[in-house]
Design a protein around this ligand. Structure first.
Ligand code: AHR
Length: 518
């Protein structure tokens, strides 16, 4: 049992266990490393992405045979390189809502027939299909994750797709081989459906229909690939997910949850910085709710895991969707790519989201940012290059700078308030290597204007006190700073020294900092 000490901080008494890391705001914040807690090696699959046949995400995004950056397969090489740099681990495709009316057979073989995409109400040329997607994933170095059509499709169409990808026998396995792919694609990750709980989805299901449909689809898919990882469209609402688990739980590996917190479907008025900061604790509440449902249904402790297979601060703008009388609106779709939308608010919200996943890494196993390029993605693709939006740099920092294991911390931080709402001003995760010789601490300072002081207990980490620390900081000249064509590097991570005074380090306002302690 380690000894405990009591530390008086600016007029209040905080109890900090020895072996602690303490972060002190200007008055009363503390972050405490839980002594002796076991490290949990977290899943790198939370740094995944999502790409949908929506606007210019696929055609003119990741795939553009006419581009000067295209490789021999028509893939944008600058995009591939950027995704390798953020160690992209898994990518979900082809939707999203698009998946709910997509028929995969239209997108394989030598002759491709354009099809009318009923979801987004445009023609899809079908030149980018299953074989192209898997090949692209292999070039990126990530796992392909396919979302099947549980809207207008059938369980058999789903399992035929698994057969096409993974077998060397049967009608569809042989079809792939005849199409020029003698080796199986070995696609492990398969989801039954997309948002079939919602009235907006073409092929939406009732709660009574969903569980049995997922169960029968999963049985068929598993009969093709025994160890496939199977997901089903779910929510953090018990009324939907409990009956799903009761009917289909034994056949599933993941519940697929979606989260967008700035509702912009109908009106594209992105929330300003402080409003976004008020949303930073919502994902963790959602995760906790979902874990509660899994526990209650008897699938807790990671038996069924959570895949946040679409997430982003900001909803995509497509006002005609779910309101079919309104008609398609090309101009509205373009508003998703207004560069100034993607500020430090997006970056810090995303860091807080990833922190929430890391804190629940025993259950949250996969997350896919939605989408990977264009629309609201971390990479904006244009004919002459790419722009890495602020969110891209968050992925770069987490995948390149953090250590492999989570070390629990408990935080008692000051509140950042907006009207009668407030959130903790700091969001902190501490990572370490397995031997605990190196620590990397990611700290979000949500304060729009003020530095915050963080005090590190080197003693507790078994490390000699330092006079300075190295760190990497993502911030901007203001909370609203953003990158755009011609100004690609306004907001980029910058390495710098942090002076340590009385064990404390000053963190810049509206910033994400990773501090290295070894
Ligand atoms: O707004 C984009 C859509 O968001 C995706 O297609 C869907 O899955 C989600 O609701």
């Amino acid at each position: 049992m380690r000894s405990r000490k009591y530390v008086r901080v600016a007029g209040f008494c905080a109890m900090l266990a020895t072996g602690h890391l303490a972060a002190l705001g200007q008055a009363q914040s503390s972050v405490t490393l839980v002594p002796g807690a076991p490290e949990v090696e977290y899943s790198k699959m939370i740094f995944g992405q999502f790409v949908e046949h929506f606007d210019n995400q696929v055609y003119g995004g990741i795939y553009d045979p006419g581009s000067k950056f295209a490789d021999e397969d028509g893939f944008r090489t600058d995009v591939i390189e950027a995704l390798k740099d953020i160690k992209t681990s898994i990518v979900r495709w082809p939707g999203g809502c698009f998946a709910s009316t997509y028929h995969w057979l239209d997108g394989v073989g030598k002759e491709r027939t354009p099809a009318y995409d009923k979801t987004w109400q445009v023609e899809d040329p079908n030149t980018f299909g299953t074989d192209e997607f898997v090949k692209w994933c292999r070039k990126v170095g990530c796992e392909p994750y396919i979302c099947t059509n549980a809207g207008t499709g059938t369980p058999e169409e789903m399992s035929d797709w698994v057969e096409y990808c993974n077998l060397t026998v049967g009608k569809y396995g042989r079809m792939r081989m005849a199409n020029g792919y003698p080796e199986p694609h070995n696609v492990k990750y398969w989801s039954v459906g997309n948002e079939n709980w919602g009235a907006h989805e073409l092929g939406a299901r009732t709660v009574q229909e969903w569980g049995p449909l997922v169960r029968e689809s999963a049985k068929l898919m598993r009969s093709v690939t025994k160890d496939a990882k199977l997901f089903a469209a779910a929510t953090s609402d018990k009324n939907w997910t409990m009956p799903l688990l009761q009917a289909a739980g034994p056949y599933l590996d993941y519940v697929a949850i979606h989260g967008y917190w700035d509702p912009l479907f109908h009106v594209n008025n992105p929330a300003p910085y402080l409003e976004c900061m008020m949303k930073t604790e919502a994902p963790e509440l959602d995760i906790r709710r979902t874990i509660g449902i899994l526990d209650e249904a008897g699938f807790g402790g990671g038996r069924i895991k959570i895949a946040y297979d679409e997430w982003n601060l900001r909803n995509w703008h497509h006002p005609w969707h779910g309101d079919l009388r309104r008609g398609f609106d090309l101009e509205a779709r373009r508003k998703n790519d207004i560069a100034k939308t993607y500020t430090m608010a997006d970056a810090l919200f995303s860091a807080c989201f990833l922190n929430a996943c890391l804190r629940h890494s025993d259950v949250v196993d996969i997350a896919c940012f939605a989408p990977v390029v264009n629309t609201r993605g971390p990479i904006f693709v244009h004919p002459d290059g790419i722009v890495k939006r602020t969110t891209y740099h968050v992925f770069w920092m987490y995948t390149n700078l953090l250590e492999d294991c989570m070390v629990p911390v408990s935080v008692a931080a000051e509140r950042l308030a907006l009207g009668d709402r407030s959130v903790g001003v700091l969001d902190v995760v501490l990572t370490a290597d397995k031997e605990r010789t190196r620590y990397a601490c990611a700290i979000v300072n949500k304060d729009p204007a003020a530095e915050r002081l963080v005090s590190l207990d080197f003693d507790g980490m078994g490390i000699k006190p330092k006079r300075k620390l190295r760190g990497m900081v993502l911030s901007g000249s203001s909370p609203d700073d953003f990158n755009e064509v011609g100004a690609e590097d306004r907001v980029v991570p910058r390495e710098r020294d942090f002076a340590v005074k009385d064990g404390k380090v000053a963190l810049p306002p509206h910033s994400l900092t990773v501090l290295f302690v070894e």
